[in-house]
Design a protein around this ligand. Structure first.
Ligand code: AGP
Length: 616
């Protein structure tokens, strides 16, 4: 969940590291630090501060760092030890020759710390990371070079880790390691310079030529290039690839927040994703990266979709697509629950994982369980080269571009579009769809970017409707059928952006308990589009109104009955029922955004959250 950046080359490292940390701040933002190998030689210079990058900037402004062309940086999301200057990374050993930044959890750190203390090591922080610095120090002292020291150290660590280290004994060198699913280590190939990062976002301003470390791989960089090795000591072949992400598209531009930009980008992100997965005239699916997975589409007997958070909600929409379009039994599961349940599955089940980052540890662990069971796998992912795309037998890529707001928006809608395309492909391969129906579905999906764009033209009017939530601390979101995941996602957006308590519920469940909450101070947002269960939702709204509850309904344009029944209504254009989630989520994103904005929340970096969750 933390952000890591390392640089070595001909330029001054500090500005590159600090800019990189700003690009990574969405990964974690409770403290930050950098360490540099001074050009004049000597021990690494370290600056680190509790708080956001601005605090670190101020500290460096007050006490400038020496000129240096090699350095590492880190932005932290605390696991062991509260956010503080001492617990911020980088960490050093007993001496100061080695510095380390880390993402992950050293599960045996208490035992290691006790063992190292007995050998005379003194610790300055409460972090698990500091044990890594001390172990590296011992390995270096026993004569190993930094790469070998990293390999030896990794052999002592339990749990998943992403680590980058420097030592003053090897100026111009940085070494990185990846064990398990604590997050990516991406190698950036520049002109006469090399970088490492936890994330593409920090590399894109410098290069698009990147390589991802696989599990149990190490890398050593200097300004001339990279050499790779495995934890068992052999050399590894890792080829860089050129990613098509545009660094300019990652900029915030004129928008107040990344989240606002990303909400507004949804029509373009959808158009790019749909354009990458199909052609409309002639209607043809172009899911090119299914490779070994395509034959399985014909063979499997059921589909299981897994994900976390927003991606799980997209998976819930996807379940509808597999059942309705491909007529395949489909189910969803929270990846973190699935992995510990000893699930019963094998080659008859296609496991579809949804993860915008491709690095969420719960999803990766669920994929390991699926692999061990012999289940074929396809991942829906927005990050080319990420771990889910490596583990799966095939991938359906979304083309949303980088998403920097911690709360997901455009990756939700594009994941839904990708799931729609995969369900169509599954139906086609299994002979469950006629050419005419395929063409109709393709046309319907291709019309959605414009429809979402029309929705966003009403941004101000939707935001105004959020006024009714000005004083409320609880909101119920109700939906049925394909609108249930939208109710859940609307509630999640409200919670994480505004910190208002919001519950997403299946509308049919309301009478089985939640209706007890309804009073004039407990408003409901009801998803009441034109899908087959509309009449049932009308009854739910009647029941709430009869108990003096306020209802903000999301209804289809022209649905005068519901507009009259609700206290307030926001409309969505009429679209095919299966695609209604793409239109209906837009007002809920805007409502959450406006509620958070009115309360002065930190919209791009809500408290306690991190964009990519790489610890359990
Ligand atoms: C929601 O706004 C969050 N960003 C979060 O729920 C997210 O969807 C979840 O952590 C899964 O992330 P992934 O798509 O990168 O796997």
């Amino acid at each position: 969940m933390c952000g890591i950046i390392a640089y070595t080359g001909s330029r001054q490292a500090a500005p590159i590291l600090l800019a990189g940390l700003r690009d990574l701040e969405y990964r974690g933002y409770d403290s930050a630090g950098v360490a540099l190998l001074p050009e004049s030689g000597g021990e690494p210079a370290v600056a680190k501060r509790r708080g956001k990058i601005a605090e670190l900037d101020a500290a460096i402004g007050a006490k400038p760092l020496p000129p240096a062309r090699t350095g590492i940086g880190h932005t932290r999301w605390a696991t062991h030890g509260a956010p503080s200057d001492a617990n911020a990374h980088p960490h050093t050993g007993s001496g100061s020759e080695v510095v380390v930044v880390h993402n992950g959890i050293v599960e045996n750190y208490a035992a290691l710390r006790a063992e190292l203390s007995e050998r005379g090591h003194a610790f300055e922080s409460e972090t698990d990371t500091e044990t890594i610095a001390h172990l590296l120090e011992e390995a270096l002292d026993s004569g190993s070079d930094l790469l070998a020291a990293m390999r030896e150290t990794c052999g002592r660590l339990a749990g998943s880790q992403a680590i980058v280290a420097l030592t003053s004994r090897e100026p111009g060198v940085a070494v990185g390691a990846r064990i398990g699913h604590a997050g990516a280590v991406v190698v950036g190939y520049g002109e006469g310079e090399m970088l490492l990062s936890s994330d593409l976002a920090a590399l894109l301003p410098h290069t698009r030529d990147v390589a991802f470390l696989a599990d149990r791989q190490l890398v050593r960089i200097d300004e001339r290039g990279a050499t790779y090795a495995t934890l068992d000591g052999s050399a590894a072949e890792v080829e860089p690839r050129t990613v098509s992400l545009d660094p300019a598209s990652a900029a915030r531009g004129p928008y107040e927040t990344y989240m606002l930009k990303e909400i507004m980008e949804q029509p373009a992100a959808l158009a790019d994703t749909i354009g990458g997965l199909m052609t409309v005239e002639p209607a043809r699916l172009t899911l090119d990266d299914l490779a070994e997975a395509r034959p399985w589409l014909e063979r499997v007997e059921r589909v299981l979709l897994v994900g976390m958070g927003t991606s799980l909600h997209a998976a819930m929409v996807g379940r509808w697509y597999f059942e309705q379009i491909a007529r395949l039994p489909a189910d969803i599961d929270n990846a973190s629950e699935f992995r510990y349940r000893e699930p019963v599955l094998g080659p008859e089940t296609l496991v579809v994982s949804v993860s915008q980052s491709g690095e969420t540890v719960d999803v990766l662990e669920a994929m390991n369980v699926a692999r061990a069971s012999g289940a074929p796998q396809i991942t829906i992912c927005n990050t080319p080269g990420s771990q889910t795309t490596r583990v799966a037998d095939g991938a359906v890529h979304t083309y949303a571009g980088l998403e920097r707001g911690v709360a997901s928006s455009k990756t939700f809608t594009t994941s839904i579009a990708a799931l729609f395309a995969l369900a169509l492909e599954t139906a086609r391969v299994r002979g469950r769809i006629s050419d005419d129906d395929l063409a109709r579905h393709v046309r319907d999906l291709a019309a959605m970017p414009e429809i979402v764009g029309r929705q966003l033209e009403s941004f101000d009017a939707i935001a105004k409707a959020a006024d009714r939530f000005r004083a409320t601390e609880h909101i119920l979101f109700l939906g049925r059928g394909p609108a249930l995941p939208i109710a859940l996602e609307g509630a999640l957006k409200m919670k994480e952006l505004s910190y208002v308590h919001a519950e997403g519920y299946a509308a049919g469940e309301m009478k089985h308990g939640p209706i007890a909450l309804i009073d004039p101070k407990f408003p409901t947002v009801a998803l009441a589009g034109q899908h087959a269960l509309r009449s049932k939702i009308v009854s739910n709204i009647e029941q709430i109104r009869a108990r003096d509850g306020e209802v903000l309904a999301i209804v289809t344009e022209g649905d005068d009955e519901l507009i009259a029944l609700a206290n307030e209504a926001l409309t969505v254009p009429p679209v095919p029922a299966l695609l209604e989630p793409l239109a209906a989520i837009v007002p809920l994103q805007v409502l959450a955004y406006a509620t958070a904005d009115a309360r002065g929340r930190d919209i791009d970096q809500p408290r306690n959250l991190a964009k990519t969750v790489t610890v359990e």
